[in-house]
Each structure stands twice: as C-alpha cells, then as structure tokens.
Design a protein around this ligand. Sequence first.
Ligand SMILES: [Zn+2]
Length: 331
Amino acid sequence: MGAAITGETHEELVTDLISKMGNNLSYKKLPVRLYQISRKFRDEMHPRHGLLRSREFEMKDLYTFDTTEENATKTYEIVCQVYENIFNRLGLQFKKVIGATGNIGGKLSHEFLLQSDIGEDTIIVCNSCQYGRNIEIEDPSVRENKCPRCGSELDQMSAIEVGHSFLLGTKYSEILGSTYKDKNGQNIVTQMGCYGLGVTRILQAGIEVLSEDEAIRWPKIISPYQICIIPQMKGYMEEKFMELANNLYDELVTVPNLRGEVVIDDRTRFTVGNRLTQANRLGYPYVVVIGKSAIDEEQKFELQDIYNKTTDFLSSSQIISKLSNIKTAGQ
Ligand SMILES: [Zn+2]
C-alpha cells in the first residue's frame, strides 16, 4: 500500500487490509464497514459541466464485509435505504435503477440517478412502479417496451449518476484472501459489498436539476447559507438600519441550527433591489430586508421565501420563530 495511490476504486486496497487481519478476524467482528471519504483524481480527457466531470472530485466510498451472502444482502439493503434517505433529505427526486456491474463485477448493482438532459447515462423507468434499469444492461435485440414487473409503459430518459451500489460476493475476497474465522475456527471467505456517493457530483447535479434559468437553486439543506439579511441603502438613518440588521443576525445565529447560516449583505452602496436580485441568483433560501417599514411604528421586516416566492411582513420575533424551524445540515 502506498501513499501515492490515486486509483478510481479501492476494492483491492481495502480487501487487502481486511485480509491482513484475516487470521484474527472472528465471525463475531462482522459485519465490518469501512468508509473512505476522500478526493479522487482521474485523467479526464474532456472535463465539462463544472463538477460533474472533473479531474478531481470528492467521493464517499464504503466497503462492507459479511459472513454470509444473506447477511451481505441485508447490509446491501440497509445501505441502499440510507442512500435513499440522503437523497430524500436533500429534496432530490432520484431514480434507483438496476445498474451494470461493469468492470467492478459482482452479483447485483443499483445506480442512483437524477433525471437531466445533460446526463450521460440513459435509463429506462416504469411509469407506475419503482422498476428501472440502465440501458447498459440491455441486450438491444430483445428490448422490452413493457415493465417486467407490472406491465406498464416504460420511459427512457437521460440521467446523471450520483450513487452506486454493488453486491460483490466473493470476487475480491477470494483473490485477495480476505477471510474470517467461523464458530469452528474454520477460515471462510468474506462476502463483500461496495458503495459510492459522488459528493461533489451530488452538489453539482442537485443545482443542475433544481435551478431556474438565471437563478441557482440548491438542495436547500446544503445551501452555503440559509439566510441573507439586506439592510436599507446608505443614506437616511443608515446606522439605524445596520443596527437592526446586526441585532437580527446576532439573534438568529444563537439558534443552534442557524449557526453559520446567516450573512448580512452590507454593501449598502447598492440599492436593496440590486442586492435582492443578486441574492435571488445566488439562491439563498431566505432573505430578510430591513427596509423603511422596519423603523416605522409597526417595525416590520420583510421576509422573502425565495424558493416559494412568497413575502411576509413580520416582527423580528416572528421572523426568528419562523426561521428557527428551517432544516439545515447541522440538524
Ligand atoms: Zn412497473
């Protein structure tokens, strides 16, 4: 094992690691789940679409080792469910399809994808049930137009792959001698799985599928900031507006899930409208304008829910109680 290894996949490395534990690895220690979260490098000939196809990217990989095929299948189902939960939490409408095992090999494979015209994968999905497959696994001469599960029509679409799961069986563990000791002290080959989430890819693909023509829309929960406060343009009573903005900021960041989630756009040389346009394009989910209504008798701040395109005039305590409930990655 060397420090300079920059391979696309690390099955061999990780299996080798387990095989070195081999003689001492009791069945009681399984399942073992090893994560590798790191930057990877690829000699990409044609980098394009920002982080979708780049020479450097962040991956979350997981390698699992189980005693039996049945247990490995259970692990496989658990990890796939976790991946589904992650995409649901990100608010991304994903497709889970049967994938090609390709050069990694194995018994079973699923891909997680987001529908997009710029996607480089083509998938076939059922209109009525959850069935789907990558066309890579099809034999073109026997293409079926009906769902093999429910008989409904199938749709073909382009999609961006953001996650992948493989039930590997013993392909790697046999070659590399990854074994465990069973109850009787016998050495048995481990059953493996390997799983990947493209972290940078999910970010770029999420923006790709959610954004509007001229405005970024993030998977809300991973938006770099949730709230942008915009105080009135400099001029009449400018110190008062800035003080109100600072006070609101201070109160918001004491809410545990809003720590690090609030910015003040204090470029008061620009009009509120100008900064609102920019905030909309950058995709802050919420904007609070500290305008003239903040210093009249009612003291109302303007809260804009950017993604739902709604505006409310609220007191600062109403704003804090409303924004305290938004979901952030810190929760
Ligand atoms: Zn179906």
